[in-house]
Design a protein around this ligand. Structure first.
Ligand code: ZN
Length: 119
């Protein structure tokens, strides 16, 4: 299970952003989780309280947004949703049957938004 590492990476990113933009307090942290990232949202939420102890994120709610995994076919150039077109675990283009692709979305985890509480 590598979700704890992911939590710590998120916390690092948030701390950097807070320093960079001089964020005084956090209302929430919004994170985009790509469905191809192999990170499970439920474990992120489960480990969040433990992994954020003593950091700027302690006590701050974590909001997750699932992002679809999209591949672009190198054969015909069209895009398709990876999880809908898997054959033996590998993406296959539904338009031209090519197995040559690049992932254009949904492979990573990003901090997309930091909420600032109303004061
Ligand atoms: Zn294709």
């Amino acid at each position: 299970m590598h979700e704890m590492g992911t939590v710590l990476t998120i916390v690092d990113t948030v701390e950097d952003l807070c320093r960079q933009y001089r964020v005084p307090a956090l209302g929430y942290v919004k994170v985009e989780v790509g469905e191809l990232s192999s990170v499970l949202s439920k474990y992120l939420l489960l480990l969040w309280p433990q992994g954020t102890k003593g950091t700027v994120c302690e006590g701050v709610p974590l909001q997750l947004e699932q992002k679809e995994g999209i591949a672009q076919c190198r054969g015909c150039g069209k895009q398709y949703r990876v999880t809908d077109h898997l054959e033996e675990g590998y993406p296959v283009c539904p338009f031209c049957d090519s197995k040559n692709y690049s992932i254009v979305q949904g492979a990573d985890i990003f901090v997309t938004e930091l909420g600032i509480p109303d004061s």
